[in-house]
Write a new protein. Sequence first.
Length: 624
Amino acid sequence: MSNLYNESDQQPPRAGLLLLQMLILGLFCLFAVRLWFLQIHHGEEFALKAKDNQLRQESIFSPRGLIRDRNGDLLAINEPAYALGLIREDCPDIEKALHQVAQWSGRDFTELQALYKKNRKRVKPFEPLILVPDLTFDQLAVIETNKLRWPGLEIQFRPRRLYLYGTLLAHVLGYVSEANEEELSKNPELALGDTVGKQGIEFMLEDRMRGIKGLTQYEVDVTGRRLQERVLKHPRAGHEISLSLDLGLQRLAMDWLEEEAGAVAVMDADTGQLLALATAPSYDSNDFSSGLTSKQWAKLRDNPLHPMQNRVIQSVYPPGSIFKHVIAGAGLSYGMLDPKETVRCTGETRLGRRIFRCWRKGGHGIVDMERALVESCDVYFYKMGKKLTVDRMSEFAKAVGFGQKTGIRLPHEKSGNIPTRAWKRKRFGEGWQGGDNLNMAIGQGFTLVTPLQVVRFFASILNDGKLLKPLLLKDEKTVVQGKIPLSPEQIELLKKALVQTVDNNRGTCRRLRTKGVIVGGKTGTAQVVRLTDELKELKDDEIPYRFRDHAWMAATAEKDGRRYAIAVLIEHGLHGGSGAGPIIKACIEYLFNGKIHMKPEARKAKARAVRALSLKPKEKPVAN
């Protein structure tokens, strides 16, 4: 066998060489086509994307409109606040960054992780996803010092709502808080992290007060640091509003309500503007602006005194004897009451086997309409209830504004309840009884009203019968919603009885007398439960707090062309004269004489001790 080298055997096959050349040519063509596709066909599109990676846009938050009282005093302003956001596109390790944020802010890592997963689809990769909405200055200092070591974390500046008087106007102003899923989906102008009004005026006037956001554009480097910035659109602040409320009067009313559970409403009888709208206990609106923790919210929610409840419009109560002016009006309207006709009050009246008693054990003797109102005789109105029946009493009560919302510009107003035969059958499956007429005639039974409805009705007696819409804004025009169905002479009879209740030595509102001011008033005691005979024998201070009657007083006051109506309700305050009367007296002195009579500290201490009983386990009353 020959081992000599053969050159022909070492030549590569021609077919293989051709295949290799074709593959190289094909690969070159593929690169060429791809280059054409990227550089020419989609060149402009990708150039814009590259520019977007360099230039970013961000919204500038607009401050909410300021809120002032009727005299121009500031009630709600805006202050600078800082939030911590995460830009996903710039963050190399999101989980590690979340751990660091948890360490800085003291928040739970799992909560931050859940927040990130929940909101990441709502925010573009190059936009900040807010992790901590409100940083303290200490937290801000630490984060700013270490921010360069944590790319993707960015401090966001935004205005924060500040309520200058905290609890004083919480139920009127409401509060702002971060928009929830439902609010974000309903309003395309809102973005994640935006705050919106949740209660009160802040909620009702949200569109007017929120303002319009601005827009800024800035250039970033490869690490996400800002290099240059310019404003494309300046933000526009929300509209400023002025309330009809008088800050001094509101402060006075809240001072008198301190340590109580109750409500005060003061209305200008000629315009419908509210000068005070106080309810206690209250809460601090600023807590919501800063962001409530779950523990803080639970404490508010579970408080047995319900501080979140606006008692002026959201709580309903039996009106007690202040409803007697409604019943007297009904009797006059239907021609079934002669003001001069008298009734003998012996201290009780009988209906079948039941005995209905007057509040004065010995009775009032011979009384006509005026004296019955002045001395609050129950027997007189028991007889009126028998005459009128539920049909006429209900019809008239609704005609003068009860059983329906007043239309005030606040959310969640209750309409109360004016019972009818049909209502009772539907509610309890029972027919209307004769005793129901008697209870309704003295403001007990199924009748429920709000303090705002009460003050509007008494204002109508003062302004010749006009039912006015309660107004909270200073620039709102007066709205007459209706007229009570009484003649001027009949209205004058009711008005005279109010004044005599103050001026007459037997009147139940004598403490309201004010030199130079024409004052009218009506007290009311609304029974909460039917007490046992044993409990009835106890002194007022010995009756368990929850069984004590509610204290009502409604008043009218006029001088030099200025006319006001005032209504006060003190839960479990026992008697209208002693429980609610001093508050109305203080309001009248402020309105007409400029005097400020604050609640005595001894009275506050007593109220504090009494109200503490409401936090004890509930006791069960035993009915007669």
